[in-house]
Design a binder for this molecule. Structure first.
Ligand code: HGY
Ligand code: MN
Ligand code: MN
Length: 383
């Protein structure tokens, strides 16, 4: 689109990188664990304070703020054609235990800064623009991710035209060492599933439910590797033993397993193998597999070409390099894609780390991401 012809001022988008970095640093202090780690679980006191911080910034940026039943926060910049569906962008600010300060946060604070960038440039949106802070993208409080989707039933939100999620690189295999700016566009946010598996010793002899769990953890690794693809991943992130005393043989164990793949069928094969292993390990160790529950098993989603096109055009106009990529992470985009065209922008980060205190993106990369986001929002707003 000839945005440059009609809005030539947009070619000089200026990001207030220093303020943005300061906000990222400040938000990281709303945490229940010591810096540099961040822990911010949904509706803890720190999360409530962080939400207030976000709402305040939205207000300062001139957005009108509203909140829905599950706590998604929306900041709206009314366009000249408010009856058209809006263009929305956003991410989350909750943080899993002992994670870092960028995951999600950059997608929320960066989006608010993108609005500031457009305001400063004199841009006037046609479609309304919205910044969304999605509630509990992480599964920490209720064991399930992306609670925001329950706030408004899909199909009833006509205004979500576009959701550009995390300005973050969340997947760990790639992009560890790019030092030029690259934007990564997602194709399918990955299908993801979580399995709950519990073993219990119901016998009178001493059978170790903990060893059954240990064996299953190794089986998860084996089944994932057997797929032969680097796109198949899995981990046992939670393993609890009961009663949890050094001098007591565990009578119960509880595992939570996350397996992912960009290929849904291959992922399902891994799940089936894990299930079979759980059954045979229980038999062999004479413990009962008391529960094997698939918590969620979502299909992948596709980004929309028109959104990708706007992102690609924006990065080109800004003289930034980019690359199309697949997101392996579980994002609200997975659900937004069911009700509206969707695309995601990723920026480089240190070693591809996420969900650990070491996660880091440079102010420069963040600021480039904000520019691409701002220009993309502007283009889509005029469409
Ligand atoms: O787990 C994920 O993919 C993301 O952090 N929700
Ligand atoms: Mn995360
Ligand atoms: Mn995230």
């Amino acid at each position: 689109y000839p945005i440059h012809e009609s809005h030539s001022h947009l070619s000089s988008l200026s990001v207030d990188a220093q303020s943005l970095q300061k906000q990222i640093d400040e938000l990281s202090s709303f945490s229940d664990t010591p810096a540099p780690s961040v822990t911010r679980v949904l509706y803890t006191e720190k999360d409530v304070l962080a939400r207030r911080f976000i709402k305040n910034l939205m207000g300062l940026s001139g957005l009108s703020v509203r909140e829905d039943a599950v706590g998604n926060i929306f900041g709206r910049w009314e366009g000249s054609n408010p009856e058209l569906s809006a263009v929305a962008t956003g991410s989350h600010i909750d943080a899993i235990p002992y994670s870092g300060k960028y995951d999600g946060v950059v997608g929320v604070l960066g989006a608010i800064e993108a609005i500031n960038v457009l305001t400063r440039s004199g841009f006037k949106p046609k479609r309304s623009l919205e910044v969304i802070m999605f509630t509990s993208e992480e599964p920490t409080r209720f064991g399930i991710s992306c609670l925001g989707r329950f706030g408004s039933a899909p199909g009833h939100i006509p205004y979500h035209r576009f959701y550009s999620g995390n300005c973050r690189v969340v997947l760990w295999f790639f992009f560890c060492s790019f030092n030029i700016f690259e934007i990564f566009f997602t194709l399918p946010p990955s299908p993801f599933m979580l399995i709950l598996s519990c073993f219990q010793d119901f016998s009178t002899v001493i059978n170790d439910a903990g060893l059954a769990a240990a064996e299953l953890a190794l089986a998860v690794e084996r089944h994932v590797l057997e797929s032969g693809s680097i796109d198949t991943v899995g981990t046992v992130g939670i393993l609890e033993l009961h009663p949890g005393a050094i001098n007591s043989i565990p009578s119960k164990s509880h595992l939570e397993i996350d397996t992912r793949d960009i290929d849904e069928e291959r992922r399902n094969t891994v799940i089936e193998k894990i299930h079979q292993s759980a059954i045979s390990i229980a038999r062999k160790r004479r413990v009962t597999l008391s529960e094997f529950k698939i918590v969620n098993r979502d299909p992948p989603a596709l980004s929309e070409k028109s959104i990708l096109d706007a992102m690609v055009a924006s990065s080109k106009e800004l003289n930034l390099t980019h690359k199309l990529m697949i997101s392996r992470a579980y994002h609200d985009s997975l659900f937004m894609a069911r009700i509206s065209p969707m695309g995601m922008i990723f920026i480089p980060c240190y070693k591809g780390y996420s969900h650990k205190p070491e996660e880091y993106s440079s102010t420069q990369d963040i600021s480039n991401g904000v520019k691409v986001l701002a220009l993309t929002l502007a283009k889509l707003s005029l469409q």
